[in-house]
Write a protein that binds this ligand. Structure first.
Ligand code: CA
Length: 222
């Protein structure tokens, strides 16, 4: 699970990063609203934790812009703005939850879990040719038959199907599916892609998942 923390006070962001990483979340930090917005729009995050008062672009503006593109990714405000009016404005901007500073880390953690659970329960279904994928149940069918995939293969297929007809860059895939930044030229994606195509009974390159040479992959209905 990958969380983006947009917070301009290093003491708070450092504390959040350390605490959340101890809970096995992968955490990236943006120190102003503009960087935060750019990072959030990469689509690699499972949840956003937003301060409101930020340099360049406020957390509120960030939330509104982010929501236009990602209606289902949970957003939690973590802010010193504590009036009822501000809370309502924050929630109306599309945030899922609103926590006032100072906060208790254990409560924040529980609220993050609630949001991620709610997201998982809201089952989504995607199709690609003969393949149907259900996100909540982690189920993949080819016609009526279940296809057994590893977690990484499932995550890879889910990412490609969610972005159907768009070229997915190798760097985006690696960040989303593997939760890490590493060398662009690594062959790890190709290895998983070959195995995935085999399990889905797709022929290499010319089928529903096509290789875009030098860039990445694209999932397409034929
Ligand atoms: Ca601030």
């Amino acid at each position: 699970m990958r969380i983006l923390v947009v917070e301009d006070e290093p003491g708070i962001s450092g504390f959040l990063k350390q605490g959340l990483e101890e809970e096995s979340y992968h955490v990236d930090i943006a120190e102003n609203g503009q960087t935060g917005l750019q990072m959030s729009l990469s689509g690699v995050y499972d949840l956003l934790l937003l301060d409101w008062m930020l340099p360049v672009i406020s957390g509120l503006e960030l939330c509104i812009d982010f929501r236009k593109q990602f209606p289902n990714t949970p957003v939690i405000f973590l802010t010193a703005k504590d009036t009822v009016e501000e809370t309502i404005t924050g929630l109306q901007s599309g945030a899922n939850d609103y926590i006032k500073k100072p906060f208790h880390f254990e409560e924040l953690l529980e609220r993050i879990r609630v949001q991620l659970r709610a997201r998982d329960i809201s089952e989504e279904k995607y199709t690609l040719g003969p393949i149907t994928l259900y996100t909540g149940r982690h189920l993949v069918l080819r016609g009526e038959e279940e296809v057994q995939l590893t977690q990484k293969e499932f995550a890879l297929l889910e990412y490609l199907m969610k972005n159907k007809n768009q070229v997915c860059r190798r760097t985006q895939i690696i960040e989303k599916v593997w939760d890490i930044h590493f060398d662009y030229n690594t062959g790890v994606i190709d290895v998983f892609m070959n195995s995935l195509r085999k399990k889905l009974n797709f022929n290499t390159n010319e089928d529903y998942i096509q290789t875009v040479r030098g860039i990445g992959y694209v999932a397409k209905d034929l």
